[in-house]
Design a binder for this molecule. Structure first.
Ligand SMILES: *Cc1c(COP(=O)(O)O)cnc(C)c1O
Length: 392
């Protein structure tokens, strides 16, 4: 079969698969074995051969490998590793980049647990971090020290949806021998491939869009061969955070529909964002797909599309009004995480201090919504009904 292996639709449906290897099964089976055996002891002592490349599940496994091969292609990377959670991938990749005495520059509004891992946990090992707003590339350059070894990016960020200029930051980093890591969970590889802009390695919480059905927790790391081989042999094996094959099977099944799911998230989210932007009870919408987004031009340059997660602020700052607005919603459920079939809503700043709100330039009414697949008309009607009942 001949096909363009950079076509996401063909990667998710066929790439890396050969039914002949498994009795013609159209869906590759779940290999759920902790160890592999060999025809003779010499093959084992030689570390296997072409027919026996697998040793032990904590190191690698065919079911996990299939998801990795597809995801490496989707991210335009040499190779990929699956982890037991997004945080397992993120902390392992971060540890692979630093040693005692090193310094990191990170975007300030990165995923909270990673913020804490860099700031608090790594401090125990003498690693320091400077957090920057990151919407101007100069933020990174100016915070760079002699001992800076890594830039940590997340673009867009997942509460206020601020972007970093991937090309400019990667170019400066390369010239100064600084490794660049990015969390690409929001855009998914369907809408953004940071490696094309010179970023060294890409992380995802596969618990979000890649899995897509709110039924797995998983993480992935994509990058060049040297880096991935090193993390496979060191951090993933030594810390032991590999994904389980059953979860890898669900991840591959989720990937089958990634291109069409992302298209649907985008179409519905754009309609919802435009509706919210024009509603008199809404003060501001944070969504990079809108032309009114302060970095829309950069978004259009480095992304091919927009996903289904956004936030907005109400005019009201009355706590009871904000909570009542949320509680009136019928189709949006309340829970953390995002990227599944179901729409979700959460107040993000209702308990924030005055200083925090001032620093971010937002009110206490920031509401984050994840647009699922219920349909834009249904979700807009739900939001409209609840917005109209806000008194102030
Ligand atoms: C959820 C999330 C993570 C962490 O992923 P887990 O799979 O929950 O460990 C990392 N980054 C972003 C942007 C996330 O939303």
């Amino acid at each position: 079969m001949k096909y363009n292996e950079f076509d996401p639709s063909l990667i998710v449906t066929h790439y890396g698969e050969n039914p002949e290897e498994c009795f013609g099964a159209v869906v590759p089976p779940i290999y759920q074995n902790s160890l592999n055996v060999y025809p003779n002891v010499e093959t084992y002592l030689n570390g296997g051969d072409d027919k026996h490349p697998y040793v032990y599940m904590r190191v690698s496994n065919p079911t996990i490998r299939l998801a990795e091969e597809k995801l490496a292609k989707l991210e335009h990377a040499d190779d990929c590793l699956c982890f037991a959670s997004g945080m397992a991938a993120i902390s392992s990749a971060t540890l692979a980049c630093v040693k005692s005495g090193d310094h990191i520059v990170s975007v300030n509004s990165c995923y909270g647990p990673q913020h804490s891992f860099m700031e608090n946990y790594l401090a125990r090992f003498g690693v320091t971090v400077t957090f920057v707003a990151g919407d101007k590339p100069e933020d990174f350059f100016e915070a760079t020290q002699e001992n800076t070894v890594m830039y940590y990016l997340e673009s867009p960020t997942s509460i206020y949806f601020q972007l970093q200029d991937l090309e400019a930051i990667a170019k400066f980093a390369k010239a100064h021998n600084i490794f660049t890591l990015i969390d690409n969970s929001w855009a998914s590889p369907i809408y953004q491939n940071p490696i094309d802009f010179g970023i060294d390695a890409v992380l995802h919480s596969a618990s979000k869009y890649l899995g897509g059905h709110s039924d797995i927790v998983a993480g992935i790391l994509c990058g060049n061969q040297e880096f991935i081989d090193r993390v496979r042999g060191q951090e993933r094996s030594l810390l032991g955070g590999i994904l389980h094959p059953q979860q890898a099977f669900l991840l591959t099944r989720g990937l089958r529909t990634l291109p069409i799911r992302m298209k649907n998230h985008q179409e519905n989210a754009m309609k919802v964002a435009q509706f919210l932007e024009n509603h008199p009870k809404v003060r501001r919408v944070h969504y990079p797909g809108l032309e009114s987004h302060p970095q829309h031009e950069l978004a259009a340059k480095q992304m091919r599309g927009y996903s289904g997660l956004m936030s907005f602020e109400l005019w009201t700052e009355d706590r009871e009004e904000i909570l009542a607005f949320l509680n009136r919603l019928e189709w949006f459920q309340f829970g953390c995480s995002w990227g599944g079939h179901e729409s979700l809503a959460l107040p993000m700043t209702i308990n924030a201090s005055k200083e925090q709100l001032e620093r971010e330039g937002v009110s206490n009414s920031v509401i984050r919504i994840s647009i699922g697949h219920e349909g834009a008309q249904t979700l807009i009607a739900d939001l409209e009904n609840s917005l109209e009942q806000i008194k102030k």
